[in-house]
Design a protein around this ligand. Structure first.
Ligand code: PLP
Length: 443
């Protein structure tokens, strides 16, 4: 019997034993194309020699030093690297070990900013339904996936949720995408007015919604309107780019394509590319200055903040991305991936929507295309597709539909930035076979 709790109990999993490039090998010697980068993590693939060399060099020198005693060259250098490439107005970085922790840091920093500036009534956070911000209690409170929250609802700080910007299921037939985007952005203003503008701390949103909606990009103009509303009422904009950021959509930060800069931003997965557990909060100058002028401290330290080995690893990953111009490959192969997905699934009876950007694509499977009716969640179609894909040597990230019909089953593709054209074609071919095989088991 296994003693680990981090997976479905009672189920047998293959054992991962090695990885090279876009492939992961299991103990039985089977190779799997990592078409989801795990959970949109492995952005430069597995076993990259430059990253391994940087990790070895760092661990030979220094693995750990507590930040209350020392800083380290690598933490300083990684912060400099990130700020030099950050959205306009960013100033400082707080390092942590995961995406959930990066979100927690953003929530606390937003509140801390208003404590520093004397706006003490600002305690409310507004976020969106059908969003995912992590699994810790603060992240769950702003998260909008109700089934994650259900058992813990009474323990969570009050969440104030508005509609997501989800074109496929949200836009009315009489609206353009732009009109729809402005309509749902204006829900933010309505919620601020309902709560009282002087009580609202921040709005939290994924720039491109990942796990819950499968690479759902916002309508054009949505985030610009959101930014205007935040500025009008003096609340902060927190962008969660834990999954969609660090190059995944073809620019280093997804918000570059929306023409907005946040006040606080959470990054993680692609930062360390799976080689080390690391996340970060990026902080704008306005906030950093307020802390410098005020108490001089963000009261939120953790044991592994700025961990030298994690920082050296992330720095090496980011240098590989830049040196090899991998974002150009994301744009190039991302266009091919979209084209192949549309060829294979565009006329498929059970594919309702194909959406995404760069190396971040979602395919939504529905029972009825015309009415967009999802399959009954009890069928767990997404799990069947995952299993059929694994049988074909393909890793994809599946998500179930919701019982209220606001989302269907979907699969998320988030391949490493290094993939070539032939691998893109193989991914779509295997996915097509897996979807059809899984559908065959529920019809
Ligand atoms: N935010 C988003 C958008 C995510 O997709 C995730 C994880 O999937 C998180 C936060 C939480 O990150 P972690 O699982 O590293 O805690």
């Amino acid at each position: 019997m296994s003693h680990v709790l981090h997976r479905m109990l009672g189920k047998t999993y293959p054992v991962a034993e090695g990885g090279a490039g876009v492939m992961l090998r299991d103990r039985d010697g089977r190779d799997h194309i990592d078409a989801s980068g795990g959970a949109a993590v492995s952005c430069i693939g597995h076993g990259h020699p430059d990253v391994l060399a940087a990790m070895h060099a760092q661990i030979d020198k220094l693995a750990y030093a507590h930040t209350s005693f020392f800083t380290s060259d690598v933490a300083e250098e990684l912060a400099d690297h990130l700020i030099a490439r950050a959205p306009a107005g960013m100033d400082s970085v707080y390092f942590c070990s995961s995406g959930s922790e990066a979100i927690e840091a953003c929530l606390k920093m937003a509140r801390h900013y208003f404590v520093e500036t004397g706006e003490l009534k600002r305690v409310n956070f507004i976020s969106r339904r059908q969003s995912y911000h992590g699994i810790t209690l603060g992240a769950l409170a702003v998260g909008g996936r109700m089934k994650d929250r259900a058992a813990f609802a009474e323990m969570l700080m009050t969440g104030h949720h508005i509609s997501p910007c989800f074109d496929y299921r949200g836009r009315r037939p009489d609206e353009t995408a732009e009109q729809y985007g402005l309509r749902v952005a204006d829900e933010l203003e309505a919620k601020i007015l309902e709560l009282g503008p002087e009580t609202v701390c921040a709005f939290v949103a994924e720039t491109v919604v990942g796990a819950t909606l499968g690479a759902a990009t916002a309508a054009p103009g949505y985030f610009k309107r959101v930014r205007e509303i935040c500025d009008r009422y003096g609340l902060l904009l927190i962008l969660d780019e834990v999954m969609c950021g660090m190059g995944r959509t073809g620019t280093l930060h997804a918000c570059e394509q929306e023409g907005v800069a946040p006040d606080l931003m959470a990054i993680a997965k692609g930062l360390g590319g799976g080689y080390a557990p690391i996340g970060a909060m990026l902080v704008s100058k306005r906030i950093a200055e307020a802390v410098r002028r005020g108490s001089g401290l963000f009261p939120h330290s953790q044991t592994y903040v700025g961990h030298p080995l994690a920082c050296a690893t992330a720095l090496a990953v980011q240098k590989v991305i830049e040196r090899d111009d991998l974002l150009a490959n994301v744009r190039r192969q991302g266009a091919r991936l979209e084209q192949r997905l549309r060829e294979r699934f565009g006329n498929h009876h059970h594919v309702g929507d194909i959406r995404g950007r760069g190396h971040f694509w979602g395919v939504e499977i529905v029972a009825d295309r015309a009415s967009k009716t999802p399959f009954d969640p009890v069928l767990k179609l997404n799990a069947r597709i995952k299993e059929a894909a694994m049988e074909r040597g393909l890793m994809i990230y599946p998500m179930g539909g919701t019982a209220d019909g606001t989302a269907g089953d979907h699969v998320l593709l988030a391949p490493p930035f290094i993939i070539d054209a032939a691998t893109v074609d193989t991914i779509v071919e295997r996915l097509g076979d897996a979807v059809d095989a899984a559908l065959g088991t529920v019809q």
